[in-house]
Design a protein around this ligand. Structure first.
Ligand code: ZN
Length: 270
């Protein structure tokens, strides 16, 4: 079995320090977290930026640049910039950060209802983001919240807006999206193209169970406070501890963990 790629998503858009004091918010906190998670065994970091004043999600190019440059200087991690955004946010606000030319960026190929909002990704927006990623040589991670989004991702190849092999992230266990069950995970894995790679982002308690199944099924794993703020019930997690737990599980199952350079080979990044 190929080595396990562990992605850490340390910040996201939602959790605040009030909910978990270990959520990295400032660029230096995010960079320090990246360093610790790389030593723990992560090979990809999924990056969001936050406004320093109130911890709200930020589209500020300068913040993304500071985080990107710091991580590039101090780690060998694959930097994956999120292109997520709330409904109503302009295309420009979501794509400007791609000018940093990170190795990867997230691309959600459809819309979905979050618990209290709409995560809106229109066909035009998806097309524009995909075409920018092609232009800058960025590999998209297709964020799959629902089955139809797989078809949309595959169609991008036919339209000349993505190059195989694709890489997918199945987001499971979020209210409004796909339930985190083994049956669903198997179905998703069997639905993507044969040459594609995949990872799973279980939300909340599903982070541990879906991660364990992905390790056994030959997939890859995403952990971090973006998706889950607890290590176990009532105990706030630290990002590096969530990475470390997946490393330990993988070793117990006899599967080696990828370094960032291993991950570059597995994902055809060079
Ligand atoms: Zn994200």
């Amino acid at each position: 079995m190929k080595k396990l790629i562990i992605t850490v998503a340390p910040t996201g858009s939602i959790p605040t320090k009030k909910k978990n004091p270990h959520v990295p918010i400032t660029p230096s906190e995010i960079i320090e977290t990246g360093i610790r998670c790389e030593s723990a065994g992560a090979s990809i970091i999924h990056v969001h930026a936050r406004n320093l004043k109130d911890e709200s999600p930020s589209t500020d190019y300068g913040l993304f640049e500071e985080i990107y440059k710091g991580l590039k200087e101090k780690t060998n991690l694959i930097i994956q910039i999120s292109t997520g955004g709330r409904a109503g946010m302009t295309y420009e606000a979501r794509c400007e950060r791609l000018r940093l030319r990170p190795e990867m960026a997230s691309l959600t190929t459809g819309s979905v209802n979050f618990p209290t909002s709409v995560y809106e990704n229109s066909p035009d927006l998806i097309k524009s983001l995909a075409s920018d990623m092609m232009k800058y040589g960025i590999k998209p991670e297709m964020e799959i919240f629902d089955l139809g989004m797989i078809n949309n991702a595959v169609l991008l190849i036919k339209k000349g807006l993505a190059v195989p092999p694709l890489h997918f992230d199945f987001v499971m266990g979020l209210q409004g999206a796909m339930p985190a069950t083994v049956e669903n995970l198997v179905f998703l894995k069997n639905t993507i193209p044969c040459d594609a790679t995949w990872t799973v982002a279980g939300v909340g308690p599903a982070q541990l169970s879906m991660g364990a199944h992905a390790i056994l099924m030959g997939g890859h794993v995403r952990v971090g406070l973006e998706d889950n703020i607890y290590y176990k019930k009532g105990q706030p997690a630290r990002n590096e501890d969530l990475v470390d737990r997946m490393v330990r599980l993988s070793h117990e199952f006899g599967r080696d963990v990828a370094t960032p350079d291993d991950a570059r080979d597995i994902l055809s990044l060079r």
